[in-house]
Design a protein around this ligand. Sequence first.
Ligand SMILES: Nc1ncnc2c1ncn2[C@@H]1O[C@H](COP(=O)(O)OP(=O)(O)OP(=O)(O)O)[C@@H](O)[C@H]1O
Length: 255
Amino acid sequence: MTIENNIVFNIEKLNLFYGETQALKEISLQIYEKEVTALIGPSGCGKSTFLRTLNRMNDLIENCTIEGDINYHLDNIYEKGTDIIGLRKKVGMVFQKPNPFPMSIYDNITYGPKCQGIKDKTELKQIVEESLRQAALWDEVKDRLKESALSLSGGQQQRLCIARTIAMKPEVILMDEPTSALDPVATARIEDLIVELKKKYTIIIVTHNMQQAARISDKTAFFLLGEIIEYDDTARIFSTPEHKKTEEYITGRFG
Ligand SMILES: Nc1ncnc2c1ncn2[C@@H]1O[C@H](COP(=O)(O)OP(=O)(O)OP(=O)(O)O)[C@@H](O)[C@H]1O
């Protein structure tokens, strides 16, 4: 049950298995609305696995089983009868590599809304402009909306993918290492964008970049071998972490 009304996700005793192998162990945490939550930790510690549980993307993986509760507001999203398409609309996802559809910039944005039944041209145009503006891409592409999305730079493609997610009017945006394929300039633009987007959205981001987590997140969860070792305000994690392992990781002693 959600106790405070600014909690978007309340996760309790989450265990996840790939076949016999346990990838997440007794994960409990709360995600707060309109905050950026960073998930950090060495490779293979379960960050992406955890992120994918939040909109049931792990359902697509054979042999993946889950125990425990993930409450999205008042609903346990693993209960029978959950509207998974509705959930993924509210909890959108942006991946590591920009993955625009091989179609025009305009059609990339309208694809989802059209699938939801929106046909009105004026409404679709509005959605395109609003989503691209929110993703800080409008000024760069407004005169080339009919061009292929694949003609954009990597950083622009990633902002397009963010715009595509925004077009579905989500509440939460999950981001799995969204800048790891980008150069420092494109990375800085996405970081600025994330800080801007948190005025409207709740953002959960997996990152290997400690400076990025420190710069843009409000809360940080440190994962190690499928467990959360420490979860706290980012300022605290990066100044006075409680656990030795957290300190060793953020100071670059392993990982
Ligand atoms: N589809 C899968 N089938 C089986 N095992 C998997 C699958 N996906 C991930 N794993 C395993 O689960 C563990 C956690 O992987 P996960 O990708 O969640 O870690 P991560 O912290 O996101 O790593 P990285 O930082 O390298 O992306 C690893 O041991 C990985 O090998």
